[in-house]
Design a protein around this ligand. Structure first.
Ligand code: PGA
Length: 248
């Protein structure tokens, strides 16, 4: 039985004061909901998460990492730096990184390798654009994105990753994938994982992301291959984030 996991992706939002209010609201409202919970925050706020979340059930992580260990890479953040601040997770290949920072499938795969090598849990994000869905290319696109990662990681590392299916047309648009559309993609991705490591594929948490809210979370989470959510907008309000966790 896979445990449910809900991760908040704050994107480029937050301030120290707002973060304290949000984090304390989440911690105060967390009951024994039976779901794991984490927030992926802008790098400057990792120290704040470490200070304010240590000893709570809420984990934290980064939104990106460098493929390099250290050196002359201005602006980049290494896996070791994330770990230095107690991070457990790191997003790899979020569609906004792919779109605005031209991250290729190969680069995302290398970032996943760097995260795994450091002992961070990579949350590998895949998803098709609206044009790709309309052209009937969804499975080809998400398969290629995932396969690039599976080609370069060891079979035994499959179990250490988290996968997130985030259709680009659903991110921040208010247009959520139907539970059936999401389930079909999740099942397809799990089959792709199984090509690499069948036993591990059954254990990998596959999260849905794209306009998930308290109102639609329950139906999505009820699908057999949806193991949680990667939440953007609704992760910025404690009541919404908690509402999604509660829907599990
Ligand atoms: P959204 O973002 O929940 O605001 O659609 C999800 C994501 O980008 O991870």
């Amino acid at each position: 039985m896979r445990h449910k996991l809900v991760i908040g992706n704050w994107k480029m939002n937050g301030s120290r004061a707002a973060n304290t209010a949000l984090l304390s609201g989440i911690v105060a409202g967390l009951n024994d909901f039976g779901a794991d919970c984490a927030v992926c925050v802008p790098a400057p706020y990792l120290a704040q998460c470490q200070a304010e979340l240590a000893g709570t059930p809420v984990r934290w992580g980064g939104q990106d990492l460098s493929v390099h260990a250290c050196g002359a890479y201005t602006g980049e953040v290494s896996a070791a730096m994330l770990l230095d601040f107690g991070a457990s997770y790191v997003l790899c290949g979020h569609s906004e990184r792919r779109a605005y920072h031209h991250e290729s499938d190969e680069l995302v795969a290398q970032k996943t390798v760097a995260a795994l090598a450091a002992g961070l849990r990579p949350v590998v994000c895949v998803g098709e654009s609206l044009a790709q869905r309309e052209a009937g290319q969804t499975e080809d696109v998400i398969c290629a994105q995932l396969r690039a990662v599976l080609e370069v990681i060891a079979a035994e590392d499959v179990a250490k990753m988290v996968l997130a299916y985030e259709p680009v047309w659903a991110i921040g648009t208010g247009q959520t994938a139907t539970p059936q559309i999401a389930q079909d993609a999740h099942r397809f991705l799990r089959n792709c994982l199984a090509d690499k490591n069948a036993a591990a594929a059954a254990t990998v948490q596959i999260l849905y992301g794209g306009s998930m809210k308290p109102e639609n979370a329950k139906e999505l989470m009820a699908q057999p291959d949806i193991d949680g959510g990667l939440i953007g907008g609704a992760a910025l309000k404690a009541t919404d984030f908690l509402g999604i966790i509660q829907a599990v």
